[in-house]
Design a protein. Structure first.
Lengths: 320, 607
């Protein structure tokens, strides 16, 4: 015999389990669909440029020293000093090229003294933190160590971050070619971004410095970008426009770029270029390796998109 | 009947509650834990020195296990502030446990007639065993500690009391197996194969924890971390980032690692740990060839056990926590070759029967493994003949797989098999996750030997860490100059080939040359030729005609086989994701005089 109480309990339990199953099934029900979901949201571009100051130069070329640090100081001072770009309490991200397991003599990465001087100037201008990082091509520990940038930047107080998978976040670039890509967060989660590339030969793009340096903010399978390298570069330069660009051309790789490997392929040019215009900086710097701006399509694309001007002669210049 | 059920239900609930309440009564539990236990029987206390030694053993086990783990997670390259020209080395003796392993030393001594570099340390462990018996098993061995631990927590309900005592009695048949395994592996070694490394406990610990447990843990953390990142809850993201940072810098690396067929290694570890539920320290008692080897030495040990059989009351308390199943109880002979010297038996004995001492009397012990001479010889012979059997199959002398790309500095394949103990140090240290345990690519004998899988990771040009940590010289300690070929020929591990049908500039009129960009040699082994190729427009012409044709300039890559070192960087970065348009096979490897393509100018027959 079953008592009324027990019967109610047992029926109630059965009903509760059934109800629970039905609720879970209802919530989790997937009707199925096929095809890429278009979020249709606006691009998450990052523009770190400041309002132009009308009397100051826009492009500074420093050549009158053989000390990389002094060249950096001269070039940035000519643009009005680092205080123009970095305010007290700013979080600053510095993006050198730390792509390859090569030593400074090979000139495949940014000169560590150039990076350190940019960091120091940013701190002098009142930056709260300065982060130095890059998403390397070769094994990152080795690139950061052997490029000399890890130690040089750490010694002047920078927060050097090694790339790791969890530091990338998918973002909507919504470029002509690049749509959603994993982006390296430490380089965009900042108040100011300073691009510190090295100028060098690139066998596919012919020349690489500022705009091409943004390859290093991407994760994922960026080896596909080479199929349309100029459009990719233009899309990335549209996505991220830096506060300041400082091109290291103290020692320049003239052949076998971007990786190099032979010390004889690099040449001392003792030049540092600073600019608020990443397209103009590249357009000027490409001349240093004997290329002309007209044979580098991504400069034209950047120019046409209004990211800057490839006619650097039209800018206010300072040669120091 | 109805009233009965009701009553039963009513009665059950409170008793269950009471039982749980008493279980939860923390105070009484703590009181019991700290109360001085009354020892049963005559209640004679263990000697103070023994009580201290038991704790010293627990401390040593914890310490050595921690040291093992510390060295294991530091088997990798973490980078430092060293200058650009500073040589990159691991900087710690991370392979230390393997260097002290006499089983590894003896196998490679038999196969190569030499003892490689640091393996000389194993003599120290032999010396230790000759003085105090198998202290290594009970006090030092990290894999043994793992089994000790699981043998303690696993049996829970089933393995208590009488059944546990039964399990801890010597089971001669079962415990003989490890000696047979030892003889078989030594026989195989004498016939030129260090295949016994598959069963070496240190090798297993490095391989299983390094290639299965840690990567799986990293995978779990990675999943949790990306969930936290996607949650858009700032504090959660921050905490997760901080934790993942610490782990990425101190425990593993910034990228998830994967290992070819790593699951099998993981499953075997779980299985052998799970056996502790039925027979505590199953591995150590039944399978461990290193334990067997130390057992052979331990008969000469100067420290051992003496028993006063007359005092024994057969309470069997000594057997409750016996590790080696070595018959510590009165009335039978102590099996010195099985004893791990854990001292639990003397600590537990309430009758003053068991005494560990220097130069004990030998009447109540037996030192030799009870394997018959014939079976021992048969086991060794079986191991020996298994090697020609494996090599007469088509994996080594003929039909050698093109996928067996050995690490840079690896010695010629026959000598490699004489030396490689499958310890996985090289795979663990490889910063690019390029080295993997072979499954059957290198034949049945080559199971778990290192092969390079360029699609997962390429060989970093200036890196020589795999040879740096190799304990047996299967991968020699080479310099950067030797590897990269500064003023000499570089070390080649294979050669790259193009599959023109899949290559974008070759067959799809699309620019690419990422392979050329990553090629690390100077001058580059991959060179490009600019050619004009036909390209069809994508939209049809007017009136549904064929789409118009245009011309496009692309750079088509070629390999110079004389310059290619087979590092696999090109294969790794090739954007044709599934089956790459450029791939590396082992032909042309420096270590082989036969696995070659080109007619060399050098006279190889000289050396």
């Amino acid at each position: 015999m079953v008592t009324r109480r027990e019967a109610l309990q047992r029926i109630g339990a059965t009903a509760a389990v059934l109800g629970g199953s039905a609720a879970v099934a209802r919530v989790a029900w997937d009707r199925g669909s096929f095809g890429v979901v278009q979020s249709g949201l606006s691009p998450q571009t990052r523009d770190f440029r400041l309002d132009p100051v009308h009397e100051l130069p826009q492009l500074a070329i420093a050549t009158t020293s053989i000390d990389p640090a002094e060249l950096v100081r001269k070039a940035i001072d000519a643009l009005g000093g680092m205080r123009r770009f970095v305010s007290r309490g700013d979080v600053v991200a510095v993006k050198p090229n730390i792509g390859w397991d090569r030593t400074p003599l090979h000139a495949a990465n940014t000169n560590p003294q150039v990076v350190a001087e940019v960091v120091r100037l940013a701190f002098d201008a009142g930056a709260k933190t300065v982060t130095v990082t890059d998403a390397s091509c070769n094994e990152p520990n080795r690139c950061f160590q052997r490029s000399g940038i890890w130690k040089a930047a750490y010694d002047v107080g920078a927060n050097v971050i090694l790339p790791a998978e969890h530091r990338f976040r998918s973002m909507r670039l919504r470029g002509e070619l690049l749509d959603e890509w994993p982006v390296y967060r430490p380089l965009i989660d900042a108040d100011k971004v300073i691009n510190v590339p090295v100028a060098k030969h690139h066998n596919l793009a012919r020349f690489t410095a500022a705009m091409k340096n943004w390859y290093g903010i991407l994760g994922g399978r960026r080896n596909r970008l080479h199929q349309s390298i100029d459009l990719s570069i233009a899309d990335l330069a549209t996505f991220l426009q830096p506060t300041l660009t400082v091109i290291d051309a103290t020692r320049v790789l003239l052949r076998n770029g971007p990786q190099g490997g032979n010390i004889a392929d690099a040449k001392e040019l003792n030049t540092v270029i600073a600019s608020v215009d990443q397209v103009a900086a590249d357009a000027y710097a490409c001349g240093l390796i004997g290329a002309t701006r007209d044979e580098i399509p991504y400069l034209k694309l950047g120019h046409e998109r209004g990211l800057g001007t490839m006619h650097w002669e039209s800018l206010r210049r300072a040669e120091v | 009947m109805g009233t009965e059920t009701q009553a039963a239900v009513a009665a059950r609930a409170p008793t269950m509650w009471r039982r749980w309440k008493s279980r939860l009564a923390l105070a009484s539990r703590l009181k019991r834990l700290f109360a001085k236990k009354r020892r049963p029987g005559s209640g004679i206390e263990a000697r103070p020195v023994i009580r201290k030694l038991v704790w010293a053993r627990r401390l040593a086990q914890t310490g050595f296990f921690a040291l093992f783990c510390y060295w294991l997670v530091n088997t990798g390259f973490r980078g430092s502030f060293a200058g650009a020209s500073e040589r990159v080395r691991v900087g710690q003796p991370v392979e230390g446990f393997l260097l002290a392993d006499p089983f590894v030393a003896l196998m490679t001594l038999l196969s190569t007639r030499t003892i490689y570099r640091g393996l000389l340390w194993s003599v120290g462990l032999v010396a230790l065993t000759l003085v105090v018996g198998r202290v290594f098993c009970g006090w030092i061995c990290p894999f043994g500690t793992l089994h000790h631990f699981f043998g303690w927590i696993f049996p829970s309900r089933y393995g208590k009391g009488a059944s546990r005592i039964e399990q801890n009695r010597t089971h001669a048949v079962r415990q003989r197996v490890k000696y047979y395994l030892l003889y078989a592996f030594l026989g195989a070694a004498a016939f030129g194969s260090a295949v016994g490394g598959m069963f070496d406990p240190i090798c297993i610990a490095v391989r299983a924890i390094g290639l299965a447990v840690l990567p799986a843990a990293q995978y779990v953390v990675g999943g949790a971390s990306s969930a936290a990142t996607q949650s858009n809850v700032k504090p959660l993201q921050g905490a997760s980032d901080a934790m993942v940072d610490v782990l990425a810098v101190h425990v593993w690396q910034g990228k998830q690692v994967y290992f070819h067929h790593g699951w099998l290694i993981g499953v075997l570890l779980v299985a052998v740990l799970f056996l502790n539920r039925f027979i505590p320290r199953f591995w150590c008692r039944v399978l461990c060839p290193l334990g067997a080897l130390l057992g052979l030495f331990s008969r000469f040990a100067l420290v051992g056990m003496e028993k006063d059989h007359a005092k024994c009351t057969d309470c069997d308390l000594c057997l409750v926590h016996c590790q080696g199943a070595d018959s510590p109880q009165g009335g039978v002979k102590w099996r010195q070759d099985e004893c791990h010297m854990c001292m639990n038996c003397e600590a537990a004995c309430p009758e003053d029967v068991i005494k560990f001492r220097f130069l004990p009397g030998l009447r109540s012990r037996s030192g030799e493994p009870d394997t018959g001479r014939r079976t021992a010889v048969a086991a060794a012979a079986a191991g020996a003949v298994s090697i020609p059997l494996a090599r007469a199959a088509d994996a080594l002398e003929v039909n050698y797989s093109e996928k067996v790309i050995r690490p840079p500095g690896a010695v010629e394949e026959h000598e490699f098999l004489e030396r490689c103990i499958r310890c996985a140090e090289c795979m663990k240290v490889c910063p690019n996750n390029a080295l993997h345990p072979a499954f059957f690519e290198a034949g049945v004998e080559g199971l778990w030997t290192p092969i390079l899988i360029p699609r997962i990771g390429y060989c970093e040009h200036s890196c020589v860490l795999c040879g740096d940590v190799c304990p047996t010289g299967a991968i020699q300690k080479i310099t950067e100059e030797q590897k990269m070929g500064v003023d000499q020929k570089p070390i080649r591990i294979g050669t790259a080939f193009y599959d023109h049908g899949r290559c974008l500039p070759w067959s799809m009129a699309t620019p690419c040359i990422v392979c050329e960009e990553f090629c690390p040699t100077s001058p580059k082994a991959i060179w490009v030729e600019e050619v004009e190729v036909a390209k069809r427009e994508q939209t049809p012409g007017p009136d549904g005609k064929e789409p118009p044709m245009t011309k496009i300039k692309v750079q088509q890559p070629h390999v110079d086989p004389d310059l290619c070192i087979g590092c696999g960087a090109c294969e790794k970065v090739c954007p044709v994701q599934d089956e790459p348009a450029v791939y590396v096979t082992n032909v042309g490897e420096t270590r082989s005089k036969t696995n070659v393509i080109l007619l060399e100018t050098e006279n190889y027959n000289r050396s």
